[in-house]
Design a protein around this ligand. Structure first.
Ligand SMILES: [Zn+2]
Length: 165
């Protein structure tokens, strides 16, 4: 038996002003993305913004539906838009933020496992890490350079070895 230990690393910025100018700008774009949220059931809006290498910003927001499983998270709305339309232009950074009138959000909202898995696969596809900013408008911001700190056990096909037929 072997014990393994995995360490994760992220930066925490307690004030918005501590972030560099590019990160601040992308967090503001994520706030802008909140406006596209369709969340009449949860009243919990999530906004995501991708900054591409060209400087283009791709927006995503959570989209709910009366048939509950038909909705999608903000992060994947943005990421699938990128994958379908802009994959030639690598993603440099992703910012995510949330808003609800029901609660005070005092810690960053973290992407769900499915969004992290999609983010991880696109990181591999574009062969460069995606700086990820989890921006809490009334609290701190968490930053990683790449998704593996948030999802150390990613699933990748390269773990599967073909069986000769
Ligand atoms: Zn998600």
């Amino acid at each position: 038996m072997v014990n393994h230990e995995i360490k994760i690393a992220f930066e925490e910025y307690s004030s918005f002003e501590e972030l560099n100018a590019a990160d601040q700008a992308l967090c503001r774009e994520a706030v802008k993305a909140l406006g596209g949220s369709h969340s009449p059931y949860s009243n919990f809006s999530v906004g995501a913004a991708l900054r591409l290498q060209s400087g283009k910003i791709i927006y995503g927001s959570n989209q709910e539906n009366a048939a509950y499983p038909s909705g999608l998270c903000a992060e994947r709305v943005a990421l699938f838009n990128w994958g379908a339309n802009y994959a030639h232009d690598p993603i440099e950074a992703l910012a995510v933020t949330a808003y609800t009138a029901k609660f005070v959000i005092n810690k960053p909202i973290t992407p769900c496992g499915s969004c992290l898995q999609v983010l991880a696969e696109y990181e591999r596809k574009q062969k460069q890490p995606i700086r990820t900013l989890l921006y809490c408008q009334d609290g701190s911001t968490w930053v990683t350079n790449g998704v593996e700190s948030f999802l150390p056990f990613l699933f990748f096909e390269d773990r599967l070895v073909s069986v000769p037929v």
